[in-house]
Design a binder for this molecule. Sequence first.
Ligand SMILES: [Zn+2]
Length: 392
Amino acid sequence: MNVVELTRKLVSFQSINPPGDESAAISFIGQWLQGIGFDVQVCSFGDRRANLVARFGPQQSPLCLSGHIDVVPLGTAQWQHDPFAGEEIDGRLYGRGSCDMKGGIAAFLVAIENLLRSHKALRNGILIIITGGEETGCTGARALTEQISPPAACLLVIPEPTSNEPVIAHKGVAWLKLVTKGKTAHGSMPDQGINAITKMAHALIALSDTPLPGAHHPVLGHATFNVGMIGGGLNTNSVADLCWANVDIRLTPNCSAQDIQKWIAQTAPDVIIEQVIAQCPSVYTDPHEPNVASVLKKLHDDRLIVHPQGKAIDVAPCAGHNHVEYDPAEDVTSAVYFTDASVLKSWLGDVPTLILGPGDGFMAHKTDEYVEVEKLERSVSIFERIVADRCL
Ligand SMILES: [Zn+2]
């Protein structure tokens, strides 16, 4: 199967999450990997929910390639193209998940198959992790980390949609449900009660007006705070005894979820964190890290990645490194979304991590989602170079 055929096959599995229905796609990929000599382990995390871990060659410090096989729902707008057919029209392959991120998974699978055809033995092995449940807050990856002991890896690459531009960083999230409590009373006698809504109002203004903890990060900037939802009270003529607000905090390497909990306790002591809706740390890898730099140089020399014009990010040159020839910091950028790297990077021993895939970020989750065939084919070449650099 070439990369277009394999992407089309993966798109045909209706692995929509929620509710999450990955097991058919996982078992197809498992059989496909067994067919090219991988040891495959399928780890279920619920009814029709599954992750997959597959290994080939020496596993002391393998190259880890990972992607999620779940896709977001189709939405309410009418699609012009069958979302599960993988129609190819004018150089675009259409379908839910083609961009985010079944095309990326197909690209690394085909690259591995191509390399193993001519190289039966590897100096360094390959570890593949296919997850479910990513679109609802990395639930599949998290389940996996509780089921098996952490493997080693020299580099983690996740082909989320980046238009084939190497991404080394993204923010993390802390989505919290905050609650304030009061005492109910008749609305005509507010002095008899304690109003939970006004308590929450003061707390949210204090949180919005107080700088978040942590210094400015050279790549990811500052952590951010946003109130997404609010509710409270029982009726118009009572003093509200309960108010809740859902807040969305974006984390950086300088601002962890623990820092945020301390910050809330100090800034708004009346507030209780009732629920952690989702929590994933930020991801950052120095592009001068030797394994990352080696891969980037190879891709740069073969003109498979281009300098992200105008997007070059401010990474301090590493001490003692001569940048006259090539500086990998010039070829990398950061992403706005979060990925399974939030969970997998620390689980794999804070492994250096690249996010690099064929889809265009703006296409993810859209009606009539597509991936460009030219970018899919380029992604195969990129993964052939990455596997060759780390494993041959
Ligand atoms: Zn994705």
